[in-house]
Design a protein around this ligand. Structure first.
Ligand code: HEC
Length: 167
């Protein structure tokens, strides 16, 4: 190796070392810059999350949510076929739904052929009895647990029960 070659080798090595140092510096600078970024959420994930909480969040989202929930509930009720084909036969309904409790006194319900258990209830008037039977009261489930009964079906059944008690 003559003198010129060794000068060249020295400079070339310096250049290589310099480039290596530069590489390391820009790697750390890139890492630093990356750390400064505000992480952005995957938009699809955001959509999925919103869709997931939508039913419950919708119900509580003020007036709009309440109106929507009411519409959904109404649609669901409308979609239910009326129980017993919509027949207004109180005895059929009583035997099919109400007797489970009111024939036996289950859950502390007033027994149909124990008029003494009805005295204070009858005093409330038929309309109150009907509305309590439709909406439920204490352990008495709304419509005896048959949401597909129409209000009118419950009314004729209560009226029929009142007749039985008064006989
Ligand atoms: C799961 C049992 C159960 C079924 C099924 C049931 N009831 Fe009742 N019912 C009760 C109980 C318990 C009470 C007493 C509620 C109270 O006053 O604490 C009651 C009370 C009533 C009353 C008196 C309400 C008042 O204001 O005093 C009426 C009327 C009545 N039921 C009608 C019906 C009719 C109509 C059906 C069928 C469509 C029915 N129930 C089905 C348990 C039942």
């Amino acid at each position: 190796m003559d003198h010129e070659d060794s000068v060249f080798m020295k400079r070339f090595s310096l250049l290589i070392v310099g480039l290596m140092v530069f590489t390391v510096v820009i790697i750390f600078y890139a890492l630093y810059l990356h750390g400064q970024l505000v992480p952005s959420e995957n938009p699809i994930r955001e959509e999925v999350k919103l869709a997931r909480i939508q039913p419950s969040a919708g119900v509580y989202a003020g007036e709009t949510g309440r109106a929507e929930a009411a519409a959904a509930a109404a649609a669901q009720t409308a979609a239910l076929p009326a129980a017993y084909g919509g027949r207004m036969d109180p005895q059929e309904i009583y035997n099919g739904v109400c007797a489970a409790c009111h024939a036996t006194g289950a859950a502390g319900s007033p027994v149909l052929n124990e008029p003494s258990q009805w005295t204070s209830r009858l005093a409330q008037g038929v309309d109150t009895l009907v509305s309590n039977a439709v909406n439920g009261i204490n352990l008495m489930p709304a419509k005896g647990g048959r949401a597909d009964l129409t209000d009118d079906q419950v009314r004729v059944t209560v009226e029929w029960m009142v007749e039985q008690v008064q006989q």
